[in-house]
Write a protein that binds this ligand. Structure first.
Ligand SMILES: *[C@@H]1O[C@H](CO)[C@@H](O)[C@H](O)[C@H]1NC(C)=O
Ligand SMILES: *[C@@H]1O[C@H](CO)[C@@H](O)[C@H](O)[C@H]1NC(C)=O
Ligand SMILES: *[C@@H]1O[C@H](CO)[C@@H](O)[C@H](O)[C@H]1NC(C)=O
Ligand SMILES: *[C@@H]1O[C@H](CO)[C@@H](O)[C@H](O)[C@H]1NC(C)=O
Length: 598
């Protein structure tokens, strides 16, 4: 972590939401010792997946008499888990073959095995790997594809923890990028310069009409999920943040997974500070994951009690999930298997009444599949989980340069830090894009998931609006469009390791929208109603009922990445677009729609 002086103002750093390159920085060393241990998990084949999906859509449909009738974790497991003899058989097989700590979670088995047992079970050789950059990261893996033993193969969907090398991002960039202007040329309707002032919690509250000093229902909660060895915010930074911004101390009630508070990382710090500040006094959970989306989603689906809202500022292109997902996935088809399995876990989570949010990516339409803007064959890429239909995908906006005719500029005079450094005053939101910002919001269409009915009207209106679109061969226009909504993603003031940092990213936007969903849940809980759970059908219905529930973002495009512009991408326009979704939330009309539901 580099050191920034608190008073050095024009030093910026960036938090990439999306992991921005393929991580081949793992080096293979010697063969792993036979008695060393390996943690892995086996995802079992499930049942009744059609019922799962239809039930989730029904309880999430604001027009349905079953709206809000969520299920318990146990009811969900009763529906989808294989018959009990299956998980017992697989668990016993592992025990008999030398594994210990075998946990039977009904539709997945977690286990630890000594290297010699794991090698025999999965027909692989295990080696020690070390990460070249993150030198404290060492793991035991195989470079070969695992084989599932014949005795249990009919029950097994995928196995994680044996062959894949997890992706560890390189960490935030420490200087403001000074992009070469020649890389930023000739894109339509650029967003123009941004307000140079900082964003603090008051900026968000005023811009979106969120009440301040709101007393949350005691059961309101928000979870920030972190991956890739990002496992640390510093509790004392939360005190400094509260003092400098004049906001209540954030209430972290639960840490799940490894926690290393001595070395705060910017992603975790940002997520906790802005998720927590936006959700005000909600219970905040901080959850660090050893692994990737399958490990997290399977554990969350089985955790009781669980937080009601989860924000994930992480993502990677859908067809590249195998790089950090399951070992034997080497082509597009098996990445799709991985995505499909995680999407089932996401549905199970939604049916429990939990809302999942994910960043839409920081590299515009080119995405992490084409970060250098050079690919002509696949100029546009996607992101997972940000393009999953089962998460609320969140894009980024920024404030345009302040206009002299703005009658009600944002007033942040109650934030002490704004008396020292200029805070933003503009109220005009535009697409967050390079080079005015350090990132360009991701957005586009999934490679794998068809267009859900709840977004078809809004998305088809965009496709038929006459707006400039990429060549049809570069994206699946009949698939799920993302993001769903947007929130500010530029120039956030955070405190990490006692230092002030200014950060950009859809990493800012997702925890903020998560905090807003936590507040909306609070109003419903106060009225004895259900939580919002899988909220996407409600967001689109709120828009159809009252477009003023969202601030429409109509300026800008996502042709660029963090460092260059491609020759194609998506353009923001009136209504939903594949740049900023429905727009940013307008709290009062959105709340009144939500309060009108059962
Ligand atoms: C290895 O890490 C360095 C520094 O973080 C990064 O710039 C580089 O792209 C990585 N290499 C690969 C092949 O991922
Ligand atoms: C919070 O949840 C618990 C357990 O479900 C319930 O008993 C309690 O009444 C709830 N409190 C409020 C204020 O809703
Ligand atoms: C992984 O390998 C097993 C055994 O060869 C196979 O049954 C399974 O379909 C593969 N999974 C993926 C995702 O390719
Ligand atoms: C469209 O989706 C299919 C699979 O659903 C995929 O094979 C194809 O690559 C996608 N096309 C584009 C342009 O992304």
């Amino acid at each position: 972590m580099r050191v920034l002086l608190l008073l050095v103002f024009l030093v910026f750093c960036i938090i990439p939401a999306a992991l921005s390159f393929r991580d081949t920085n793992w080096s293979k060393y010697n063969r792993a010792g036979k008695k060393e241990t390996v943690d892995f998990r086996i995802a079992l084949n499930q049942r009744n997946l059609d019922v799962l999906e239809n039930t989730l859509l029904d309880v999430s449909n604001p027009e349905s008499p079953n709206y809000g009738k969520h299920w318990t974790s146990e009811q969900v497991a009763d529906l989808v888990a294989p018959e009990p003899y299956v998980s017992k058989k697989v668990a016993n097989y592992l025990k008999k073959n030398g594994c210990h700590n075998v946990e039977n979670h009904r539709d997945y088995i977690k286990a630890t095995g000594p290297v010699d047992s794991v090698e025999k079970i999965f027909s692989v050789e295990m080696y020690n790997y070390k990460h070249n950059i993150k030198s404290d990261q060492a793991i035991i893996r195989s470079s070969e594809t695992y084989q599932v033993p014949f005795e249990i193969s009919q029950y097994v969907h995928i196995v994680s923890g044996i062959s894949e090398l997890p992706h560890l991002k390189s960490g935030p960039k420490s200087q403001r990028l000074r992009p070469n202007p020649k890389d930023f040329q000739a894109t339509p309707a650029p967003a123009g310069p941004a307000d140079p002032g900082m964003v603090v919690p008051q900026t968000i509250q005023q811009l979106y009409g969120i009440p301040s000093n709101y007393q949350n229902n005691q059961n309101t909660s928000l979870c920030l999920a972190e991956f890739a060895a990002d496992r640390s915010y510093q509790p004392k930074d939360l005190k400094t943040f509260a003092a400098k911004t004049g906001t209540p101390l954030i209430n972290v009630v639960k840490n799940v997974g490894p926690f290393q508070p001595t070395q705060p990382d910017l992603e975790s710090t940002l997520d906790v500070q802005y998720g927590g500040a936006t959700a005000q006094t909600a219970d905040v959970w901080f959850w660090t994951v050893n692994g990737w989306m399958y490990e997290f989603s399977s554990d969350l689906a089985a955790t009781v009690p669980a937080p009601y809202v989860v924000s994930m500022s992480w993502g990677w292109p859908e067809p590249l999930q195998c790089q950090q997902g399951i070992g034997n996935c080497t082509d597009g088809e098996s990445s799709q298997d991985y995505v499909n399995r995680v999407n089932i876990e996401f549905q199970k989570i939604g049916l429990r009444g939990i809302t999942l949010l994910a960043s839409s990516g920081d590299q515009g339409a080119p995405g992490d599949g084409n970060p250098s803007c050079t690919s002509r064959d696949q100029p546009i890429s996607t992101i997972f989980p940000g393009a999953s239909p089962w998460v609320t995908s969140v894009g980024a906006t920024m404030l345009a340069a302040p206009s002299t005719s703005n009658p009600n500029p944002i007033d942040t005079s109650d934030a002490p830090v704004c008396g020292i450094h200029a805070c933003a005053t503009s109220t005009q939101e535009v697409t967050c894009s390079s080079p005015s910002a350090l990132i360009t919001t991701g957005g586009g269409f999934s490679n794998y998931s068809p267009q859900p009915a709840w977004q078809s009207k809004a998305v088809n209106a965009y496709l038929n609006s006459g707006v400039v679109l990429p060549n049809k061969k570069f994206f699946n226009a009949s698939n799920r469009g993302f993001p769903d909504v947007s929130g500010l993603g530029h120039n956030y003031y955070i405190v990490a390791a006692d230092q002030m940092n200014l950060v950009d990213g859809t990493s800012c936007s997702s925890p903020v929208i998560g905090g807003i969903v936590a507040l909306l849940n609070s109003y419903r809980l106060d009225n004895g109603k259900s939580t919002l759970g899988f909220i996407n059908p409600v967001l689109y219905a709120a828009y159809a009922s009252n477009p003023a529930a969202f601030n429409d973002i109509t300026v800008g495009n996502n042709y660029c990445t963090e460092s260059c512009c491609a020759t194609t991408g998506f353009v923001a326009t009136k209504g939903w677009d594949a740049v900023t979704g429905l727009g940013s939330p307008n709290f009062k009309p959105l709340l009144s729609y939500i309060q009108s539901l059962n």
